[in-house]
Structure formats: structure tokens, C-alpha cells
Design a protein around this ligand. Structure first.
Ligand code: ZN
Length: 285
């Protein structure tokens, strides 16, 4: 028996060496960033009525659907690419703030005060907006705001606050998934780098349109944003957060090129500031 032990040991070592010789590195998993996507996208709800999306430059958007008007990150004053004045905005039902940076909070207080809109923001950012003069009745849940997690409903509009990989002067940065009563689901990523949980949001809330930052430096660049399409799997992607400052990507050309390669089924729409896109009723996959 005593002589057997070293022999058995030798056999074990030899087996290990032989299998190491055959080892060719980590397996290439068929994940979302691999050569192929193995699963079809989660089915998207049918869109029953049109939704109009207007880009106001940078990350500022206006959504109009069935008589409701939603602004996201309404940076109007001092936004070098915004084609309108804050005084032009007379109608707003909801204002969604992704995070506490001046180019995203923008004119939230002025617009909410003028229109009576309800502001949705992270708990700590909601508190700061009230310190800065926004009446509590203009803030979600009488001043409370909210945080990441859970789908809440306001006037039939379902709002999911998502994570975003970024920073914020108060609270945490976020994005929004907006499920409109007409079936359309729109994701505004806020300012973010790419993150794996985008895949989780695709599974939970299959989206028609993804509004994605592509300008680099503070957010995803064109390459990351193109890869993110393989995680989010929207029908349509609209780039944002470019062309505003000299240090950002000046245009969306690179994103358009890479998106075509990475996610050829996604329809990329590049808007000019002030321009609108209407998602018509129908089935989108
Ligand atoms: Zn920011």
C-alpha cells in the first residue's frame, strides 16, 4: 500500500498535465456579446396609438402620447443645441429627472412651476429641488420622490427607475423605463456607461425605443452604445448626449456604423435638435 500511494499520486499529476495540454483557454460562451445571440428578444407589447418623441438636444426629450406630455432631463436654458426657450413650454404632465447634474436637472423647477407638472426624481434629488424652491405638491408622492426598484403608476403611465453607471450630486444616477398606456415602452438611459443589467431590463420590460448616450467621456461611447443594443434589444434606438460640448462625439456617425454591425435588426434614428420621431401603431420586435 505504501508503494502504491506515490504511484497513484504520479497518475493524478500526469492526468492533470495531460488535460492542461488540451486546455485552450476559457470557453467562448454564447452570451449577448458573443458572436451570436441565442435567444429571440422578449416579445414587445403592441403599440395601439402613436407616440411622438422630440429631441431638445443633449439628453432632453419631450414625449407626447394620448394627450399626455412628458419631459425628460429638460435642460433648455444654456443648452447650446436646444432650439426652444423655456417660456415656450406651457404644457407638461410629468418631468423625469435622471440625476443631479445641471445639464439634466436643467429647467425642471421653472417648467414644473409654470405647468403644474409632477416631477419624478431620486429621493435626495427631490429633496434638493424642494430646497431650491420646487413646491412639494409638484413632486412625486407629495415631495418624497422615489428610488430604483419597482414599477409605479401615475395617470396610467408606468415608470421604472433603472440603475445607471455614473455620478450625481445628490442620490444615485438613474434611467427610466416609461410604459405608456398605448403599449409603447421607452427607455431613457440617463448618463451611463454600459452595464450587464441592461439585459435584465430587456427581459423584464421589453422596449420599443432606447434613448442612449453615445458621446463618451461622461457616458458610453459609440462602441459601448452599439454593444448595449445587444443587451437591450430595442426595436429602435435614438442616440443622445453628443455634439453638445467639444469633448463629446460631434455626431452619431460612428454609432450608426457600429450599430449596423452589432445589432443590424435595430433601427437607428438620428434626430436633429428640435426634430421629432413618431412611433406609429403596430407590432414591433
Ligand atoms: Zn451627468
Amino acid at each position: 500500500m505504501k508503494r502504491l500511494i506515490p504511484i497513484l499520486g504520479m497518475i493524478v499529476v500526469l492526468t492533470m498535465l495531460l488535460s492542461a495540454a488540451n486546455w485552450v483557454g476559457p470557453a467562448r460562451l454564447p452570451g449577448p456579446l458573443g458572436p451570436e445571440t441565442s435567444l429571440p428578444p422578449a416579445p414587445k407589447p403592441k403599440v395601439e396609438t402613436p407616440v411622438t418623441i422630440t429631441w431638445l438636444g443633449h439628453s432632453a426629450f419631450k414625449l407626447e402620447s394620448e394627450g399626455k406630455t412628458i419631459f425628460i432631463d429638460p435642460w433648455i436654458t444654456d443648452n447650446p443645441t436646444c432650439p426652444i426657450q423655456v417660456g415656450d413650454i406651457t404644457v407638461a404632465d410629468l418631468i423625469l429627472v435622471t440625476h443631479d447634474h445641471p445639464d439634466h436637472v436643467g429647467d425642471t423647477i421653472a417648467i414644473a412651476t409654470a405647468t403644474g407638472a409632477t416631477v419624478v426624481a431620486m429621493y435626495e434629488t427631490a429633496a434638493k429641488l424642494q430646497e431650491d424652491g420646487l413646491p412639494p405638491e409638484n413632486v412625486l408622492y407629495g415631495g418624497a420622490g422615489r428610488n430604483i426598484g419597482g414599477a409605479i403608476e401615475i395617470d396610467g403611465i408606468t415608470l421604472i427607475m433603472t440603475e445607471a453607471v455614473h455620478s450625481s450630486e445628490t442620490g444615485s444616477p438613474a434611467g427610466y423605463i416609461i410604459k405608456l398606456p398605448n403599449g409603447a415602452t421607452i427607455y431613457h438611459a440617463g448618463d451611463t456607461g454600459i452595464f450587464a443589467n441592461m439585459q435584465v431590463y430587456e427581459a423584464l420590460y421589453p422596449m420599443h425605443i432606447a434613448l442612449l448616450p453615445i458621446g463618451s467621456v461622461f457616458t458610453m461611447d459609440a462602441g459601448e452604445a452599439a454593444k448595449s443594443l445587444r443587451l437591450l434589444r430595442p426595436a429602435i434606438a435614438i442616440p443622445m448626449h453628443f455634439g453638445t460640448f467639444d469633448i463629446l462625439a460631434p455626431n452619431a456617425d460612428e454609432f450608426v456604423k457600429l450599430a449596423k454591425k452589432e445589432a443590424p435588426t435595430v433601427h437607428v434614428i438620428v434626430l436633429e435638435p428640435g426634430q421629432s420621431y413618431t412611433l406609429e401603431p403596430g407590432n414591433y420586435q
